[in-house]
Ligand binder design. Structure first.
Ligand SMILES: [Zn+2]
Length: 468
């Protein structure tokens, strides 16, 4: 599928200008799977075309701030979709659903861990999302987010050198992501909350202080005219449920630390809380997902406090994609500002009747050895593969992008249906005008590609234990 020679590339670029869909598909492939100059030229051509079509990466900060001031009603919950496997087809399905519902308040995101195991550096991810928007005739702001830019507590706690190296890894990734057009970053230092200390402020001290430091780091690097939307997190997802008192303690620490690190700098726009869910859900021995009890009360109280006292958009719900369908319309009613959705889309791809059985077998065979160290003695095969198959998305990226046309179309249609359902329940239908109004194009903010965005040659990062 990808173009092999300069001549072919030139022809495709010429055809792209006449909105030739096949040429666009081949250029996106080339921008992902080719190397060197060919790859960079393909990326450049697609991004140029997207820019002239009125598509641009943007920050949701101003929309969230308007919601915090009460100028935008808190009646919708922004879905943040983690696009992992078959990224182009998945993103295309999302933009089709968005277009049909006129849904502007939607985020595409990828976590530090996912960047590694799905083999998608920020520049590639932004390129594929923008390419998909162009393919589906989208126009206007595209919110691309770094999710769980998380500190590994074990590495941070090892010693002073370990702490410095871990901070630098997150800073480097953040800088790389901003260069690629990620104007929304979820800082996650919640792994460093220390519940053994007495008093909420002491528990949140390291979390709030480091989050402020990373916020200052982001403010110093964001493009002129753009306020990157920064999210904080007060309780590690999968851990103890959050409370409004913890939110207050976090904000006290964070605000003081930010004032010191970057006087006058804009703070965070939202806060992630723990409500009882866990990333990916908990698979039972037969592979089905255990039901969870969500602390809706905590979510609502933290959202109200975040808006009323701190001018944020509200609280953010994680680990939500595998929840029962009947729950989704509760999130907008409770004032939750954002919800993170990931694993279910990956489940839908792997378990789709059109997904080739022989490829799935090959993937599972590979996982038996490649992910053997993650196997608990008590795991059934169903539990083991459910938990580890995300790790195969990078190893089998080319095979999954390269499924036969009818299989890709069938999977894309199923994803589109699911996205449509979720966007509707989360009440973001008709939010396009809001997004356009609060996230207009900022001259000079369109990311440059190639060497400047670069860093695709980075060594593979060990992300064991990090959230997604
Ligand atoms: Zn999450």
């Amino acid at each position: 599928m990808e173009l092999q020679h300069q001549d072919d590339l030139k022809h495709a670029v010429a055809a792209l200008a006449t909105r030739n869909a096949d040429a666009l598909d081949r250029l996106v492939w080339t921008g992902v799977f080719a190397a060197g100059a060919l790859r960079d030229q393909a990326r450049g051509a697609v991004l140029d075309q997207a820019r002239s079509a009125g598509i641009y990466p943007a920050s949701i900060h101003d929309l969230y701030a308007a919601r915090g001031r009460g100028e935008v009603a808190p009646t919708f919950t922004v879905p943040a979709i983690n696009i992992r496997g078959m990224a182009y087809d998945t993103a295309r399905a999302l933009f089709r659903a968005r277009k049909a519902l006129d849904a502007g308040a939607v985020i595409c995101e990828i976590a530090r861990s996912e960047i590694a195991y799905t083999d998608q550096r920020p520049a590639e991810y932004a390129f594929v999302v923008i390419g998909a928007a162009l393919r589906e005739g989208w126009k206007g702001p595209v919110f691309i987010q770094g999710d769980h830019f998380q500190i590994n507590a074990k590495k941070y706690g090892a010693d002073a050198a370990g702490a410095a190296a871990e901070m630098k890894a997150v800073q480097d990734l953040t800088a790389e992501a901003i260069r690629a057009g990620f104007y929304n970053i979820d800082v996650d230092t919640s792994t460093l909350v220390d519940l053994s200390k007495s008093g909420h402020e002491a528990q949140q001290a390291l979390n709030g202080g480091l989050c402020a430091g990373l916020t200052a780091f982001i403010r110093a690097r964001q493009p002129k005219g753009v306020t990157v939307s920064v999210g904080g997190e007060i309780g590690e997802v999968g851990g103890k449920n959050s409370t409004p008192e913890e939110l207050e303690a976090f904000m006290t620490v964070f605000t003081a630390a930010l004032r010191e690190a970057a006087p006058g700098a804009e703070g965070i726009s939202k806060i992630s809380v723990q409500t009882g869910t866990s990333h990916g859900g908990v698979p039972l021995p037969d592979g089905s997902i255990a039901e969870v009890k969500i602390d809706f009360d905590a979510l609502e109280r933290c959202s109200t406090l975040a808006r009323g006292t701190y001018g944020m958009a509200g609280a953010v719900q994680h680990g939500a994609s595998t929840l029962p369908a009947a729950l989704f319309d509760r999130f907008p009613k409770l004032g939750a500002c954002e919800i993170h959705l990931a694993t279910e889309f990956q489940n839908m791809i792997y378990d789709h009747p059109a997904f080739p059985a022989d490829l799935k077998r090959a993937i599972y065979e590979k996982l038996r050895t490649a992910a053997a160290d993650e196997r608990k003695p008590s795991d059934t095969d169903e539990q083991f593969f459910y938990k580890t198959r995300k790790k195969a998305l990078g190893m089998f990226k080319r095979e999954m992008w390269g499924l036969a046309g009818p299989a890709r179309a069938a999977i894309g249609a199923t994803l589109e249906e699911k996205f449509t359902f979720l966007l509707d329940k989360l009440a973001v239908r008709g939010t396009r005008a809001l997004a356009d109004r609060w996230a207009p194009f900022v001259a000079g903010s369109f990311p440059s590609i190639g060497a400047a965005a670069g860093a695709d040659g980075r060594a593979h990062e060990d992300v064991t234990g990090l959230s997604d």
